[in-house]
Design a protein around this ligand. Sequence first.
Ligand code: GTP
Ligand code: SPV
Ligand code: MN
Length: 585
Amino acid sequence: MTNNAKVKAWLDDMVKLLAPEKIVWIDGSEAQLEELRAIAVSTGELIKLNQEKLPGCYLHRTAQNDVARVEDRTFICTTKKEDAGPMNNWMAPSEMYDKLYKLYDKSYAGKTMYVIPYMMGPLGSPFSKIGIELTDSIYVVLNMAIMTRIGEKVLAELGDDGDFVKCLHACKDVNPDERYIVHFPEDNTIMSVNSAYGGNVLLGKKCFALRIGSYLGMKEGWMAEHMLILGLENPQGEVKYVCAAFPSACGKTNLAMLIPPEAFPGYKVWTVGDDISWMKIGPDGGLWAVNPEAGFFGVAPGTSTKTNKNALMTTMSNTIFTNVALCDDGTVWWEGMDGDVPSHCIDWTGKEWTPDMGTKAAHPNSRFTAPAAQCPCISSEFEAAGGVPISAIIFGGRREKAAPLCYEAFDWNHGTFIGSTMASETTAAAAGAVGVVRRDPMAMRPFIGYNVGDYFQHWIDMGGKVSKLPKIFHVNWFRKDDEGHFMWPGFGDNLRVLNWIVDRCEGKVDAKETELGYLPYAKDINVEGLDIAPETLEELLSVDKEVWLNEVKLIKEFYAQFDTDGRFPKELYDQLAALEARLNK
Ligand code: GTP
Ligand code: SPV
Ligand code: MN
């Protein structure tokens, strides 16, 4: 399939290590993928769904111990420990390679090795980068075929001398005690073993496009971020693009595919990406973004025609569902879907399920893998080689208290400070406790492939290099009242806030200067058609000084853990001191 000497040498080594019975190159053809689907169905790895109602759709169930990313088993292995920094697990590369080679030894024996050449970013784009993933899982091949550009066309772009990220995956025995998701940024290498769940094994996604990507971005002067990309079109037909970073399962897919409320006739949201943004300085000196992915690996629970109709429509064909419930008619179900709760189904563990059991039929982190091209609101610029120009960057998280509905940073460094101090309640997207507030800077806590201090410094440095800087905002859709109800309706109604953000970028609307930044005047948030009390909106748009002085204390504690190596930008301490001074005035 290729004459690339680097690929051949690496494959020779890997074949010796893994000892597969057979080697299959993934060429990207529909015929080959269809063959693989048939094999997966015959072994039970995939369940074919009702092909009349859900053509081309399949269901997959993972092991019950293997349903989310595993942050405590994810490593960044740089020569120097300081280069991985205080927010990553680290082990010396030689020690880790030794450990892993033992685990991988002959682990493909009696199995087929699938070789997947893939590209992150549109074909022919200067943003794009190539990886080759080796896997023993057809599920991985079929997911990668949706999530990335794969096959012969990628090898053609790689050529005889091109470089690629070496990605090795083995399901092995899916043993959680020997599960490792490991990155060697200095060697362009990713190794994943003993898992078969999405984010741990679709190595183009978090491992390459974020962890290795962020490291390359720091070296090469660009940015890899955990951000959606959307275009907001106004009734005059003008489209402004924004990126938004929310932690895992905090609303990126939903915002990226938003359907405007009736009070906004002529407005439209176009999806460029729902999870990852690669940003470079463009010809006009501004920041331009591409979505390196080709599909969506989205959270199923909560997805309905009311919350995210576009996502639902995207998954009506050619989609792989993971850990959702199987209905008696061969369709799928999850908590929060439209219509009646099924009176009987097979739950995500493969057992009979009825509503009275009180358990969840779909896993809270169950997902769909669907081709982006099928999305009814996919942007015409989705494949644009040069990306789209970014007017605003939005940070946000799940905060029951504290964070207002929306505010704007005073400038880039202040925005970087706001991003660096982001906090959010944890979700089912990662193994561990759910609902605990933790700092998740730029929604990148689990995904920064190097020292977090250097990462913040890279943000500050980019601010000095980009001549047309996007404005930076912070939003919170998840404020709750004292009875525990969401105070803001969210979903499509988030357009009301998005519209204010774009108006600010255009200089069309005033704001009030507060200790936190510029807040919207309540009158400037269009609430036509919304059942929200004026006091509630005022509360959503207020700053509680007491709460924020406590936040300052917590941020100081958070920053203190980075003090060890002198790699934390002074600019951020200055921002923190300035916030404290404003609050004490
Ligand atoms: P990852 O794919 O894990 O990175 O997540 P994501 O950020 O794309 O999250 P997603 O859009 O899938 O949303 C996760 C959950 O949050 C879903 O169950 C949604 O229904 C819910 N959600 C999304 N937007 C809102 C909102 O505006 N308000 C409320 N209350 N819930 C929301
Ligand atoms: C996330 O957890 O942020 C995801 C899903 O987008 S995964 O690909 O599993 O990381
Ligand atoms: Mn994500």
